[in-house]
Design a protein around this ligand. Sequence first.
Ligand SMILES: *Cc1c(COP(=O)(O)O)cnc(C)c1O
Length: 429
Amino acid sequence: MKLYNIKDHNEQVSFAQAIKQGLGRQQGLFFPLDLPAFASSEIDALLDLDLVTRSARILSAYIGDELPLDVIHKRVKAAFEFPAPVARVSGDISVLELFHGPTLAFKDFGGRFMAQMLTEVAKGQPVTILTATSGDTGAAVAHAFYGLDNVRVVILYPRGKISPLQEKLFCTLGGNIHTVAVEGDFDACQSLVKQAFDDEELKHELGLNSANSINISRLLAQICYYFEAVAQLSQEQRNQLVVSVPSGNFGDLTAGLLAKSLGLPIKRFIAATNANDTVPRFLADGKWLPNATVATLSNAMDVSQPNNWPRVEELFRRKNWRLDTLAYGCVNDKTTRDTMRELAGLGYISEPHAAIAYRLLRDQLQPGEFGLFLGTAHPAKFKETVDEVLGQSLPLPKELALRAGLPLLSSRLPAEFAPLRELLLALPK
Ligand SMILES: *Cc1c(COP(=O)(O)O)cnc(C)c1O
């Protein structure tokens, strides 16, 4: 698979390089040079397969020139160890539940596949993943790399500034996962990570990699669950399908559009945001005018400069699709609360991110169409909000309940580079 840098088409890399490098020159995103597509008979055959077999074939359409199908199959099997069920919400709307993985959010799919691919292309060379987190990403990365050979993971987080349950989720693993509580805020953690990547000696010595969210391997993994959703629908539903995607950095929507570009029948997408509505405003009037980010109930979508948006535009350009065929909308916190109650009334307990996607779907769905929205996180991950809005107490799922009783294994460091450098060099090999 060849990829080019969206900002400089002369910079071309292989899939293996793109995984290791993350970003191209001038912080440009990598994008596939060839856009594979299946015939509709091939799509039908794919939809008859199980999740792992089908996903390996889909991924092979992109990366089959670099990795044989059996290797891809083995890696996908290790990454996608949990289901992605479609659940009925109302007569013409269902939800794709992407939160049955170890950290209860869709990021487990991309994170775990990236971990598998990084270890595959590193070919036994030791890799050290160094990353800063304000909560959720750290958990997904930690669980994704936990127990893999030749990989060490170091996660920095601001001490006392993430929720106690979030901390339990990734700071109780041990093994090859090293967590560091920094005496500072998230920006201080990010700045330490940057200093480490600027330190050539350290970078070389440890084989540093950031495993961050713009890595192309994540997007490829996420394509697979759109196929898994359609596979669970009836023929009638498949023919009139509208998909609503709760969006922050727009990775999930990019993956959905790539699934459509492969030939998956999806009539229309809805780009759903919270009050951080840079994209809906852009789609309405063609002006890109990010505002300051505001805090909302759906905090994983509190992004005003979505870093995957250039990939969305690039795909529309390459496919000659018109940007005005992309539906959109934004939902404020009050409507989000009302919608969570409406969903509970339908017998479906949800959380703020998915509720936003549902709201726009139910508002925009036309007669005869079938709607699907993405359930991006388990409601228990947003227990405080869900309990408050619905006036009830959600039980903790077993993944969280189990971890809640374990001791924290984090080291503590001041927000200074020298002690971090020392810690990194002293890690067990
Ligand atoms: C990350 C996240 C999103 C946003 O996904 P993007 O790919 O960044 O658009 C939505 N919901 C939840 C729960 C998330 O964790």
